[in-house]
Design a protein. Structure first.
Length: 301
């Protein structure tokens, strides 16, 4: 017959380790966001499971791809490279004329120097009629309300609408309407939306960010727009890093690829290099991320 001590020991609840809730946050950065595919490849190789994905602007491309496909990142990079080749190549002269001569051509508030039809078609072919509710990994895409300037987090309904909204680069692509709101690029309000992952309960956040290398030459009108956005986003990045380094709501592991030159939307020849830089940046953080995930885990009783 078991002793009273043995019975007490057997009835005592045992503590078990509970896996950290891991979020992958992918920030804005135009074509540089292709580097995220290299970082994702390293995370997949290391078997690091992701419980949620948060992305904005160009980061939404790899974020949505991971949430939907979760296959070979090299294939994802190649797929979006093909989309990019035609997405920004055709100008919308009709839109430009309407903006310059609003009374003559009937300007109605939607403006972008790029003809949006190609990228709309390409993105719709990729996501189809998928909805956030269909995904196995929770996905959050961040855009900006053009009329109020506020951050808007999209996590339900049409994935196409959310993607199209968050990549609406000011002056490049027209805004996109979702639920009655006129939405533009998420980079304008939150270029690296770590706060969304914190709000959703992540305690380990892998944050892939892309600070811009500023240029000293402006050969085209597009380069002026790119420089303007880069200056603004860099300042937002700096303030966000400063805040999250001081707060301790979650462990944030920054993966920041290094770029020795400015990268414009037209620099498609740099994509293999960008992917490689993303992989190198992730490799440098893997030892710390491994220690973080294997130690100091919360105890479930």
């Amino acid at each position: 017959m078991a002793s009273m001590l043995e019975l007490a020991e057997s009835s005592r609840p045992t503590a078990s380790k509970k896996r950290h809730k891991v979020a992958l946050v992918i920030g804005s950065g135009g074509l540089k966001c292709m580097a995220a595919f290299g970082a994702i490849k390293v995370l997949q190789r290391e078997g690091i499971e992701v419980d949620m994905i948060v992305a904005c602007s160009g980061g939404a491309l790899s974020g949505v791809w991971m949430a939907i496909e979760a296959g070979d990142p090299d294939e994802g990079a190649a797929y979006f490279s093909r989309i990019w080749q035609t997405a920004f190549s055709k100008k919308s002269y009709k839109s430009i004329f309407k903006a310059i001569f609003p009374k003559l051509f009937g300007f109605k508030g939607r403006f972008g120097i790029v003809d949006e039809r190609a990228i709309n078609r390409a993105m719709h072919e990729f996501v189809g009629e998928r909805r956030f509710e269909d995904l196995k990994i929770p996905l959050y895409l961040v855009a900006t309300d053009f009329t109020t300037g506020e951050k808007v987090v999209l996590s339900e309904g049409s994935i196409f609408d959310a993607m199209r909204a968050t990549i609406s680069i000011p002056l490049v692509l027209p805004h996109w309407e979702v639920d009655g709101k006129l939405l533009v690029d998420g980079a304008l309000s939150n270029p690296l939306p770590i706060d969304v992952a914190v709000r959703e309960g992540a305690d380990v956040i892998v944050a892939i960010g892309f600070e811009d290398t500023l240029s000293s030459k402006f050969p085209t009108g597009m380069s002026l727009v790119t420089q303007l956005i880069s200056v603004m986003v860099n300042h937002l990045y700096s303030s966000q890093y400063a805040f999250y380094s001081l707060s301790h709501h979650a462990e944030v592991v920054p993966i920041i690829p290094a770029f020795s030159q400015a990268v414009s939307l037209e620099d498609l020849h740099l994509i293999p290099h960008l992917v490689e830089q993303g992989a190198q940046a992730a490799e440098g953080e893997i030892p710390y991320l491994r220690r973080l995930l294997s130690s100091n885990e919360s105890q479930a009783v």
